[in-house]
Design a protein around this ligand. Sequence first.
Ligand SMILES: CSC[C@H]1O[C@H](OP(=O)(O)O)[C@H](O)[C@@H]1O
Length: 359
Amino acid sequence: MALESLRYRRGSLEVLNQRLLPGQLRYERVGDVQRAWAAIRDMEVRGAPAIALLGCLSLAVELAGGAGPQEDLGALEEFVGQKLGFLLSARPTAANLGREAERLRGWVRQRVETPGVTPEELRESIIEYIEGLLEKDRRDNRSIGAHGADAILGGLPRGGPVTLLTHCNTGTLATAGYGTALGVVRALHQRGALSRVFCTETRPYNQGSRLSALELRHDGVPVTLIADSAAAAAMRLHGVHAVVVGADRVAANGDVANKIGTFQLALAARHLGIPFYVAAPSSTCDPTLASGGLIPIEERPGTELTQLGGVLLAEPEVDVWNPAFDVTPHELITGGVITERGLFAASEVCGELAERGER
Ligand SMILES: CSC[C@H]1O[C@H](OP(=O)(O)O)[C@H](O)[C@@H]1O
């Protein structure tokens, strides 16, 4: 069975509940924005691109079911804006949902100002616009994979085979299919240029051990699971050629917010002279924030550290600090940022994409 984070057809949306993986493969129906919000907040679905798609598709399901004003263009525009605004409150750090919401609001505004459009036509065109995001994600992921494989192979004297290290989950279970950093892994594997990828368990939600190990084994990709604390040693002792990770938000100066633990991977890579790459679609860029210190960092419940599957792992009353993300300064992203538009120096990616109109 193909692992899919989302299953969508007009009027129907199901999500794979990732909290139950790898032990249980259970798809659950999402019939409206409220249910999507809860799935995002509780990390039943996670991963910046998948979150953006889930949010928007849940709105498409509501509209296909007749929700919202029927007769008034302005009222329908306001309904869409309110739904998108509500979705943004689920998790604060990833940029993609906010960027797609901004683009959709602007597109709806233009349609409302188009002479002669009816509420029914507007409703239908919004649904079609949102459905187009699925194919765009898949197309962009393939481009990121190809650009990333070219960049990594181009940086090696013999052009492979390559040993990589990655963090968290950035693949099928974080996107609509191919993945961002794991898209680069897949592209190298498909070219026969991947020796092995080391994936960190990524405490405390264990995206690496529960999700990346699952999807890479499922696809026959040579993968070795390591503890987060073994990452620097693996880089040094197992001939890692490059580190490639995802991103949740890229600030204007190229600082990157990504899963907690990314910053220390970048420090270790810098010390060992290993190129450090970030792979992300252009919708991850947030040129409105000058630097990484301005990116909101989500903090999650301490029970994510003190418990696992209902089993006590720590002193239950201990104080816990559990940020879900950290910020890696652009100067540590030595390989660059891989987007669907190509490889960019981290300090230039937001500006260059904005100049190309990729906002
Ligand atoms: C392509 S997924 C991007 C990003 O999202 C993950 O965070 P979470 O699992 O909390 O949603 C991780 O930071 C990935 O790198």
